[in-house]
Design a protein around this ligand. Structure first.
Ligand code: PLP
Length: 375
């Protein structure tokens, strides 16, 4: 029987694949594959969700008024510089859709957030992927790949899946080199976990670059992954157009109220982020002691550049009851979870090494990892 004619691109793009389950066991795996907060919502957020739940016979506020006002106060900027979406993922889709004239290209590093190629393909935008150097954005090479057809550049900072950050001076120089007609999106989904010299946000650069938008999310540090709320900040003239490309009513009433509540509880939430950062150091130090390569991370996950051993390590962890994210032939990303979940992961990693598996990706061993090993 024939089926309806849909766009040919749907035969080629990969379906989003959630983390592998645990094979051969019925137990729920330790959830270290999706970079979520391990902490349950604070009581103030649960209360806001319950209150908003009582109004869901009505459509949400399509302009996300109270949330945008709260964000404007939070960042000390005008409300017309902010657009809210159903997760920063929806806003990324809006960006690709908004630049997708025939022939448009998008430049981004690779490996980076795995959804960028799919969104580009669905929008009909050609992806130009620029390999990372030492697990980090190679901004000069990205600048070299910009042509008159480039309509969007994405800098995922810190980068998913490698956890690395760009040097602020290098980012400033890069922005100065991008034509002002080309949109630049800095995806800061993990900004709150960044510490050290690469931590500053690109938000402060928006005033000098009307072609820059910065993406943030409530899914990670603010612990609202299940409610789907993200936002972007940019020049008011750009934001006005991008808002038109967002689906109306996409951000639920419950999500809007929870996000406002989360901003009000920021101090407590950021204390939890500090706990995750401390766990990140503990887990990384232990992995280095075990002899596994791990670049320093500015996020709530760690990256093991295991190259050809990545799939084996991922499958091993799954059998040990720990869900991690394996990228075949590249590496494995493991989220920082509760101390207990992290311990279970470390036990799995230690057991993997004890079976005689290799310490590093050999030729793939990076400068970051060499530096860490020498430290
Ligand atoms: C780099 C990056 N950007 C954006 C997102 C999307 O986040 P959300 O749609 O939950 O806001 C993620 C989620 O993992 C991510 O890793």
């Amino acid at each position: 029987m024939s089926t309806p004619s849909l766009r040919a691109v749907l035969d080629t793009v990969a379906a989003y694949k959630p983390s592998e389950g645990v094979h051969g066991t019925t137990a729920r795996p330790r959830p270290l594959s999706a970079n979520e907060s391990p902490h349950p919502p604070l009581p103030g957020i649960v209360e806001a969700v319950a209150r908003a739940g009582a109004t869901v016979n009505r459509y949400p506020d399509p302009g996300c008024g109270p949330l945008i006002r709260a964000l404007a106060r939070h960042h000390g900027i005008a409300e017309d510089r902010i657009a809210v979406g159903a997760g920063s993922l929806a806003l990324l889709q809006t960006l690709f859709d908004s630049v997708a004239d025939p022939g448009a290209e998008a430049v981004y590093a690779w490996p980076s957030f795995e959804v960028y190629p799919t969104l580009a393909a669905l929008a009909g935008v050609t992806s130009v992927q620029v390999p990372l150097t030492d697990e980090t954005h190679d901004l000069p090479s990205m600048a070299d790949r910009i042509t008159p057809l480039t309509r969007l550049v994405i800098v995922c900072n810190p980068n998913n899946p490698t956890g690395t950050g760009v040097d602020p001076g290098a980012l400033r120089a890069f922005l100065a080199s991008v034509p002002p007609t080309c949109l630049v999106a800095v995806d800061e989904a993990y900004h709150e976990y960044a510490r050290g010299p690469a931590a500053p946000s690109a938000l402060r650069l928006c005033a000098d670059h009307p072609n820059l938008v910065v993406l943030r999310t409530f899914s990670k540090a603010y612990g609202l992954a299940g409610l789907r709320t993200g936002y972007l900040v940019g020049d008011a003239r750009v934001v006005e157009k991008l808002r038109k490309a967002c689906l109306p009513y996409a951000v639920s009433t419950v999500a809007q109220h929870a996000a406002v509540a989360a901003l009000g509880l920021e101090e407590q939430l950021l204390r939890r982020v500090d706990e995750t950062v401390a766990e990140r150091t503990r887990v990384r130090d232990t992995l280095l002691r075990i002899g596994l390569p791990v670049p320093d991370s500015l996020t709530n996950f760690l990256w093991l550049p295991l190259g050809p051993h990545a799939a084996d390590f991922g499958a091993w962890c799954a059998r040990q009851g720990v869900a991690v994210r394996a990228f075949a032939d590249v590496g494995v990303r493991v989220s920082i979870g509760s101390a207990d979940d992290n311990d279970q992961f470390l036990a799995a990693a230690d057991a993997w090494r004890s079976t005689g598996r290799p310490a590093t990706a050999g030729a793939g061993q990076t400068q970051h990892v060499r530096k860490a090993a020498e430290a």
